[in-house]
Design a protein around this ligand. Structure first.
Ligand SMILES: C[S@@+](CC[C@H](N)C(=O)[O-])C[C@H]1O[C@@H](n2cnc3c(N)ncnc32)[C@H](O)[C@@H]1O
Length: 228
């Protein structure tokens, strides 16, 4: 069986040093805006936030600026090394997998998670695990790539089939692989888990008042709710 977690480990290992800049360029400058919207869903109450799949710490940085103490968690030592260089001791960084969080129940006031669920084998179990570590009433907020609808869809298909693989290959071998992988990964995820089914998984994980907002013609989607 295809092991999504191990594949993610290999995929991200070489990307860290160029991740922030190349990610912004390949998303036409859109994903920094999506992260800002994600962070705006978290109440600005100074509560402790767990940022899962923190990578180089782009979401964690916005959370710190919004006045939150933050713990960042990622399974990739290479990505975390970049986060460590960014934050020093301003943010606690933990190397662990999202499917077995090394924290007691209700340890955090809020939780953010970015581009993770495509990389796990059991999204329902991971969502339950994420919700487990948030206190009742705390916010859980997620950013993921979406599938644009209508006229935007053929343009998106052209981009992920031609532009993204080519652009990635120009940057490096690692980005070439990421460029080839992203389109099928996004398409496959939403085929396995259409939006209504995903929102049902959130509710089944014990998250209430679940809402979703599609951004940039649906190229990004933010889902958020409150731990019941
Ligand atoms: C696209 S990056 C997102 C980084 C950052 N949050 C951002 O906003 O760009 C996805 C991250 O998920 C991490 N990841 C993938 N599977 C994981 C897992 N099972 N547990 C923890 N982190 C995981 C990868 O190592 C990678 O750093």
């Amino acid at each position: 069986m295809f092991d999504r977690r191990r594949h993610a480990q290999q995929l991200f290992a070489p990307l860290g040093p160029t991740y922030d800049r190349v990610g912004a360029v390949l998303s036409f400058g859109q994903d920094p805006c999506w992260r800002r919207f994600l962070v705006s869903r978290v109440p600005a109450d100074g509560g402790l936030v767990l940022d899962v799949a923190t990578g180089t710490g782009l979401v964690a940085e916005l959370l710190v600026r919004a006045g939150h103490p933050v713990t960042g968690l990622d399974q990739s030592p290479e990505m975390l090394a970049l986060a460590r260089a960014r934050f020093g001791d301003r943010v606690e960084l933990i190397e662990a997998s999202a499917d077995a969080l090394p924290f007691a129940d209700a340890s955090f006031d809020h939780l953010t998670v970015t581009y993770l669920l495509r990389y796990v084998d059991d999204p329902a179990a991971v969502l339950r695990e994420l919700a487990r570590v948030v206190r009742p009433g705390g916010t859980v907020a997620m950013l993921e790539f979406g599938l644009p609808r209508g006229l935007w869809r053929p343009l998106w298909e052209l981009y992920v089939r031609v532009g993204l693989p080519l652009g990635g290959r120009i940057v490096s071998k690692g980005w070439g692989e990421a460029g080839n992988f992203l389109g099928p990964s996004i398409r496959g995820f939403w085929k396995r888990l259409p939006e209504p089914a995903l929102l049902d998984l959130w509710r089944a994980a014990g998250i209430a008042d679940v809402q979703a907002r599609r951004l940039s013609a649906g190229g990004g989607i933010v889902v958020w709710g409150r731990k019941a």
